[in-house]
Write a protein that binds this ligand. Structure first.
Ligand code: GDP
Length: 358
């Protein structure tokens, strides 16, 4: 399954956020190594289109797409050398497809900062440095072998050049993800470098930041072109204890129109390069997860592998057209329902019925 690994220095609010994500009440201790066991939290991707489909089709239940998060044990300076929880940290993070880095920007004299002061830039660099050092180790191990393979013509010299270019980027203190477009990522894939994974930054903020567009823009510039979100992990933990209506009121009181968890799910989903298509009937209205660029048979395969093999055609209507028409019959009458074949590339929000020969 696709997962996003949550990382960050100790005491930045990872456990608090993760508890909110899983609605678990694990004790978030004010203690550097509180988070030891990696856990997975599955979060529904908010999608108001499903409510509308359920209304149109009289569906009994709604099944949104989900995003999975893994809570990865605290990283500290020196983690790449196996200090603290280093080795376990690196093994867990290697399995995640993207990295969400939690950065503390809240002020609270009662919460110890592991580096002595709240400094988002320095915290970010500490984490980057550990990941970069781990990647450099991976490269140093791989390069002699790759060089040998090039010499005996078992491998293309371009691949070696790509790895050396990556090494130079890392030695400059840059992540592969940030340098992305300048590198031949395809040749680096086999190394599964940590800093090649897409990054999202989660600023765990207080009112002074949540209420200031200016401060947010400053922080956004710090991580650009990566995506970032701003939330208050403590508020998020409180929100999950409330009813939907109460939660909405509390968000409004805090001047926000979407919860941090919803934002995180949305941005995470996007960062993973995913999109959804929709199916609906009297039983359920459901969102299915596919990769951007997937074809209709690939999309059918997410429901059942037989549907991919036996794919004949897909009946497709865009959500907006269907919602505007108000019923499938009306959408057809308006000529909005298309028959698509094997080559069709799915669009986000396609409402689909597959025809298959099984
Ligand atoms: P972790 O070590 O990164 O997992 O951090 P925790 O989630 O355990 O949080 C460390 C401490 O900071 C706990 O006492 C939390 O209650 C507190 N904390 C977490 N998020 C916030 C926040 O947004 N604001 C404030 N004031 N405290 C927070």
């Amino acid at each position: 399954a696709l997962t996003i690994g949550i990382v960050g220095l100790p005491n930045v609010g990872k456990s608090t956020l993760f508890n909110a994500l899983t609605r678990n009440q694990v004790l978030a201790a004010n203690y550097p190594f509180a988070t030891i066991e990696p856990n997975v939290g599955v979060v529904p991707l908010p999608d108001p289109r499903l409510d509308r489909l359920a209304e149109i089709f009289g569906s009994q239940r709604i099944l949104p797409a989900t995003v999975s998060f893994v809570d990865i044990a605290g990283i500290v300076r020196g983690a790449s050398e196996g200090e603290g929880l280093g080795n376990q940290f690196l093994a867990n993070i290697r399995e995640a497809q993207a990295i969400a880095q939690v950065i503390r920007v809240f002020d609270d004299p009662d919460v110890v900062h592991v580096e002595g002061k709240v400094d988002p830039r320095s915290d970010m660099e500490t984490i980057h440095t550990e990941l970069i050092l781990a990647d450099l180790q991976t490269l140093e191990k791989a390069l002699p072998r790759v060089e040998k393979e090039v010499k005996i013509k078992k491998r293309d010299a371009a691949e070696l050049a790509a790895m050396q270019a990556a090494q130079a980027v890392l030695e400059r203190g840059e992540t592969i993800f940030a340098a992305g477009s300048k590198l031949d990522l395809e040749s680096l894939r086999e190394l599964n470098l940590l800093t090649a994974k897409p990054f999202i930054y989660v600023f765990n903020a207080d009112d002074s930041v949540l209420g200031s567009k200016e401060k947010q823009e400053e922080l956004r510039a710090l991580v650009a072109p990566a995506d970032c979100i701003f939330l208050d992990a403590k508020l998020e933990a409180d929100l999950v204890e409330l009813s939907e209506e109460e939660a909405r009121e509390m968000l409004e009181m805090n001047g926000q129109d979407e919860s941090g968890l919803d934002q995180l799910a949305r941005v995470g989903f996007h960062t993973l390069g995913l999109q959804t298509y929709l199916t609906a009937g009297p039983k359920e209205a459901r969102a299915w997860t596919i990769n951007q660029g997937d074809t209709a048979p690939q999309a059918a395969g997410v429901i059942h592998s037989d549907f991919q093999r036996g794919f004949i055609k897909a009946e497709v209507v865009s959500f907006d057209d269907l919602s505007g028409a108000g019923s499938m019959a009306e959408a057809k009458a308006r000529g909005k329902v298309r028959i698509e074949g094997k080559e069709y590339v799915m669009a986000d929000g396609d409402v689909v019925e597959f025809r298959h020969g099984i």
